[in-house]
Design a protein around this ligand. Structure first.
Ligand code: GAR
Length: 200
């Protein structure tokens, strides 16, 4: 849990990937506006300026920092950006690379990730997006869902905060399953933020 000196509203940074569709970002912005989470989205960090997540954030007046993991001094630039925006909680949403160690250490216990499956199954390097749902269907799983977990220096291994489950239907394709799981993701991220803020 975020420690006792938690401010009334947590300042969130959402880190997205280059293809950033932005549905988790939109979900958290909506939840914040509706007062459903004790948090506000203060910053979006994206490797590119023109993915849907960045464009949406820009439209909503949220600060967008374009910063690619390939940039020289990426680690210190990312750290500076998070500190400059006084970020309390970092939320990964489609961020596909490992976070630099310096960030994981500095924000230890303050970084969440969302994964589109029931970890520890179907996680690890290379397991992202549609590949996860393909593997779940191939594995003949009867249920899937979303996991929100704390971020460590390894892929998908930190302590689980919450999981929300859904069925895998016999006629599911990776696309139909991904839609069902995405609904779980949106519930899970809202719930996780309430939990880490000490509300639930
Ligand atoms: C989400 O489905 C998230 O679970 C997944 O990327 C998508 C981002 O969607 N993350 C991973 O697969 C991490 N291993 P969004 O841009 O609509 O939020």
């Amino acid at each position: 849990m975020i420690p006792a000196e938690t401010p009334k509203k947590l300042r969130l940074a959402i880190l997205v990937g280059s293809k950033g569709r932005g549905s988790n970002l939109m979900n958290l912005l909506e939840a914040s506006a509706a007062g459903e989470i004790p948090a506000e989205v203060s910053l979006v960090v994206s490797p590119v300026a023109d993915n849907p997540a960045s464009l949406f954030a820009h439209e909503k007046g949220v600060a967008v920092q374009v910063l690619s993991p390939k940039t020289e001094d990426y680690d210190s630039k990312l750290l500076d950006t998070l500190m400059e925006h006084k970020v309390d909680l970092v939320c990964l949403a489609g961020y596909m690379t490992l976070l630099p160690n310096i960030i994981v250490r500095r924000y230890s216990g303050k970084i969440l990730n969302i994964h589109p499956a029931l970890l520890p199954k179907f996680g690890g390097k290379g397991m992202y997006g549609v590949k996860v749902h393909e593997a779940v269907i191939e594995g003949k799983e009867r249920e899937s869902g979303a996991t929100v977990h704390w971020v460590t220096e390894r892929y998908d291994e930190g302590e689980i905060v919450i999981q929300i489950r859904c069925s895998v239907e016999p006629d599911d394709t990776p696309e139909t399953l991904s839609q069902r799981v995405l609904a779980c993701e949106h519930l899970a991220y809202r719930q996780a933020i309430r939990m880490v803020a000490g509300y639930d």
